[in-house]
Design a protein around this ligand. Structure first.
Ligand code: GLN
Length: 498
């Protein structure tokens, strides 16, 4: 049962074939079996999960109508707060902190009857592309334990690929849902900015951060998307409009007559040969299924990475000022006669990891008077140019596509000492965040040279997230016909999940 899709698990519960309590326990058993190797989880809430599962079982037994994902287990990225549950955002500075409230997304998950198994590992404060920046040690890619599972949400995607959870929550500031999805052979969606509430999401770069669904199938992602999304008065940037009909789109995947533009700038030099070939084969499949494929140029994407790495650190330097040793978590050097300023400095010195410090320093510099216009100001202008590239492109095509990442999963340790090489993993995912639009990554095969998963990225205009699902479901169906079984069935056995 644990290798099935979330919607199949829900159907089995509806049919009385399994209870949520049993399904939840099966997942905890699986976690006990493999997580010492994978390290997807930072915290497990056995008690809370079983209580929620029993409540759903009782509601079902009483004939009450429950939501489409009621009783299905889920893994929650540790950047989202859940009342009473230790939440670290992958940082030592928050060790031991138990939030006093639920994020809006968590409230929605609970109301939908979803069973939260625990919190997943991540790069500290969501800064990274490999989960190696976690203060609690890296997560390992279930396809090859010596490789990274992507980042920052590597714990969430690894939990899906290792069959430790059928659903997960991620957050995507520059690619942290889509890049881990790509390198683990799973599905991840960054909704349109403002589509999902940021209330209770520990802020990294507020104008870019967006939570979204992670799953093993496009339909499962859509079901979770509809649970998470919707207007929230507690988030000032939340969109007050109906949620896009993503479940309908996922159930009716179709590309007949759909115009698909592949972005010339996101598929050339620097992209691994096997990534390109799997991407291009997928384009052929979409064309055979009736899509019209055209080449589109987005010349300003060239500057997206550089401007992201000014905007995100700038906003991070301001957001992380709240970790001041007074309000949350760790406090170092708090003795008689030690000034508050020194306690703050010592705490931040000990509590933050290297990458977080690098970003705070970069951001503080970019925002400092005299440099503000040259760095932050210019980066904001580039952001406008990227939006214009997308606007022009979407005047010609319905969706844009590219490989999600330039390479498959690299080895743990390979890029930790080279920040620029690490940042380059986000080259294809960042434009979407800069423009605030929606993006999806879904698996499109294994690269012939290393046998590792390749991600196919779909991008749609703002508030048109249903297009991601309609095209994604169509491609997923074509690939399934070609392969005869889902890609994850090829994962080297981690103790043989059934
Ligand atoms: N890898 C990017 C970064 O390090 C994106 C992170 C994210 O989306 N949270 O900033």
């Amino acid at each position: 049962m644990i290798t099935r899709a979330a919607h199949e698990m829900a159907a089995a519960m509806e049919a009385g074939e399994i209870t949520s309590e049993k399904l939840t326990q099966d997942h905890f058993d699986r976690i006990a079996e493999v997580d010492a190797d994978v390290h997807a989880f930072l915290y497990l809430d056995h008690e809370g999960a079983v209580a929620q599962a029993r409540a759903v079982d009782k509601a079902r037994a009483n004939g009450e109508k429950v939501g489409p994902l009621a009783g299905v287990p889920l893994a929650l990225k540790d950047v989202m707060v859940q009342k009473g549950i230790p939440t670290t955002a992958g940082s030592k500075i928050l060790e031991g902190w138990r939030p006093p409230y639920d994020a809006t997304v968590v409230t929605k998950l609970k109301n939908a009857g979803i069973v939260i198994l625990g919190k997943t590992n991540m790069d500290e404060f969501a800064m990274g592309s490999s989960t190696e920046n976690s203060a609690y040690g890296p997560t390992h890619n279930p396809w090859d334990l010596s490789r990274i599972p992507g980042g920052s949400g590597g714990g969430s995607s690894a939990s899906l690929a290792a069959f430790e959870a059928p659903l997960a929550i991620g957050t995507d500031t520059g690619g942290s849902i889509r890049q881990p999805a790509a390198v683990t052979g799973t599905v991840g969606v960054k909704p349109t900015y403002g589509g999902v509430s940021r209330y209770g999401l520990i802020a990294f770069s507020s104008s870019l951060d967006q939570a979204g669904p992670c799953a093993r199938t496009v339909l499962d992602a859509a079901l979770l998307h509809e649970v998470m999304a919707g207007h929230d008065p507690k988030d000032a940037t939340s969109i007050n409009a109906p949620v896009p009909q993503v479940v309908h789109a996922a159930k009716n995947g179709n590309v007949k007559g759909v115009k698909i533009g592949y972005v010339k700038e996101l598929n050339g030099e620097g992209y691994q040969a096997g990534v390109r070939s799997r991407f291009e084969e997928s384009l052929d499949l979409l064309a055979k299924a009736g899509a019209e494929i055209v080449e589109v140029s987005c010349p300003n994407f060239e500057y997206a990475l550089a401007s992201y790495y000014l905007i995100a650190p700038s906003e991070c330097s301001s957001n992380l000022a709240r970790f001041d040793a007074m309000r949350y978590g760790m406090r170092v050097g708090d003795e008689d006669g030690v000034s508050a300023e020194l306690v703050m400095n010592l705490t931040r010195e000990v509590g933050f990891g290297r990458e977080v410090k690098r970003r705070v320093i970069l951001g503080t510099y970019a925002l400092s008077s005299g440099y503000y216009d040259a760095y932050y100001g210019s980066a904001q202008k580039v952001r406008t140019l990227i939006i214009e590239d997308f606007t022009k492109a979407f005047a010609k095509v319905d969706v844009l596509v590219s490989p999600t990442t330039p390479t498959t999963a690299f080895k743990i340790g390979d890029k930790v000492d080279d920040p620029l090489a690490m940042y380059l993993n986000d080259i294809a995912t960042i434009p979407v965040n800069m423009a605030g639009i929606g993006g999806m990554s879904l698996p499109c095969g294994l690269a012939p040279e290393d046998g590792l998963p390749v991600g196919f990225q779909i991008m749609a205009p703002a508030m048109q997230d249903q297009r991601l699902y309609s095209v994604g479901a169509a491609l997923e169906a074509e690939l399934l016909t070609k392969w005869g079984a889902p890609l994850l069935s090829q994962i080297p056995a981690l103790g043989g999940a059934k």
